[in-house]
Design a protein around this ligand. Sequence first.
Ligand SMILES: [Zn+2]
Length: 450
Amino acid sequence: MSDQYKTLWDEQIETLPSDRLQETIEQPRLLERLRWAFERSPFWRDKFLRAGLSLRDVKNGFPITALPFTEKDELLQDQIQHPPYGWLCSVPMTDILRVHRTSGTTARPLFIVLTALDVQHTLEAGARAFWCAGVRPDDTVVHCLNYCLWSGGLTDHLSLEKTGATVIPFGVGNSRFLLETMLQLKPTAISCTPTYLNTLAELLDKEFQRKPRELGLRKGLFGGEPGLQNPGTRTVLENTWGIEAVDANYGMSDVLSIFGSECRERNGLHFHGQGIVWSELIHPDTGESIPIRSGAVGELVLTTLLREGQPLFRLRTHDIAKIVGADGCRCGRSGFRFLILGRSDNMITVKGVNVFPDALHDIFFRYPEQLTGEYRMVLKHEGPYDLLDVQVEARASCADRERETLKHEMEGIVRRTLSVRIEIEWVGERTFPRGEGKTSRLVRAFRSQP
Ligand SMILES: [Zn+2]
């Protein structure tokens, strides 16, 4: 069978049951990586010694849960104290092949160093993910993520290439030039954030008097925003563009640029880091381990098993995941499938109910004639909250009377489907900036008490 028709990227590891995978591959790699870090990184040696662990414990072997958790802030502090890469860095400068930087959600981003082997493993997981999402050698993909330091640009580009597809390195911005290029080269797929397609549709209409379907795209590979898991959002994108919209790009630049994507079953994101990253689920408040089985909800905690440059052990991601399947999928892959519900620090509790701002996306997307689909959840004071204020962009053509009816209707839908009360405030079209990267839908409009 030629590569083009195979259904799995790496059948051996993708079909291995998770208990066999952990026992035969992941546990030995964990011990090997711990030895590596103990011997080469003062950061990890100090952290492990402080937790009462010694190299002898590692030699005797022990469960991953015996290791302390790691917060991203510890890594940042280490790089601030020992610039530029910190004592976390476990290889000499000559072994560093590439440097990335995390996107700036925190005051100071983290530098990520990769050796040649680290790059290879990162691309391996990326290729599994894109292959699973349906990218094939006969595709031409225009890649529209940021290439400036961020791993989503160059690294994901190389993962796309590894599937055999043709890749056009576009990056972000220059949207008019992008559309010109797409009209000339007729790519079969676009890789970007889902909201960027709205920007492109508006521009295509205004500057080229063309409809999205005229571009001839067949696939949309999306990442960076969780909106695609809302069926309404996906249907609007698919109908507008005539594409198959796939959630194809979930990852973290400090762990693996991509390790989650959907298969054709569209039943959650397959985990693609088998043998490269060990994933655990924990209770975000207590740190207690939660078994990975269907229906489980918890924070993802990740450990790199092969990373040379910057090994990471039990990194708390603060992403809350729901496991939607932990046994075989109809596509043949045996790993677990998950959905990201939101960030634990974006989780708002309203009268005991946990809500993420992105959960409202599907509801506002049901009214494309009246609404742009853009909104912000605005916290006007510190919690606790009885009600959430939401600013929603209405189209200029949406009249006052229509807005009044819509407001009641949507507030009712949210109350029934999410069990929380919201208060909608209308704002004009294009009030919110159009993102080419990640869009945050939560605004804290108050000054925190020191
Ligand atoms: Zn599957």
